[in-house]
Design a binder for this molecule. Sequence first.
Ligand code: HEC
Length: 205
Amino acid sequence: MNLQRLYTVVVLGGVAALVGCKADGDFQGLEYAPNMYHSVAYEPLKQIKDKDAGKWVNSSEDDIGEYYSSNPNNPYEMNMREPVPNTVRRGKFLPYRIPKDSVALAARTLVNPLDSTAEVIAEGKRLYGIFCTHCHGDDGQTPGLVGEKYLGVPSYTSPAVKNLNQGHIFHVLSRGIRRMPSHASQLSIEERWQIARYVQVLQNQ
Ligand code: HEC
């Protein structure tokens, strides 16, 4: 290649690069192989049903705009599906399976996997303040504002509750018992064990 041609190539290449760099408003600049940057993203919580959206950046042959992100095979063309039944949440703990009426079994077999460390107690106390205080009161003895109306809230230091073990308490939080509602939908398994540790502190005050 002679020098003049090389020079032309360099100049034209430079100009193309500069033009390509210009981006402004809706124009993102020229892209080489745009389908590498704009893979079809199936966003779980939002969708674009307009098949023409983003046609100007289309790089594939299907003639559908680059931003179209719906899934016609799913109900409502949504991308997100509910997990299949019996899906197990990832994490440290397996799902809790002991049925509601087997509280004695829970009390006999379950062991709190968390030690009663300052950290666990502090987190249990924080959660207790959010989920339990309004019925059981800060100290677990004098009913809170809801407990004043929603009668039958026992004191943790009463003979019936004082000696309930960690497995029993965990079961009560998970399944509910008599007038006490289940808290399984609000609290993870780990959080329920943390709270159980804090209840233990209140039982022994
Ligand atoms: C809506 C009010 C309410 C809330 C909120 C509530 N409780 Fe209770 N709790 C009760 C009532 C009422 C009882 C008595 C149940 C019965 O024997 O009928 C009870 C009983 C209990 C018992 C004794 C269970 C037994 O076997 O006798 C424990 C332990 C307990 N609650 C812990 C908690 C903890 C920890 C929280 C917070 C996660 C909580 N509760 C939130 C109302 C509530």
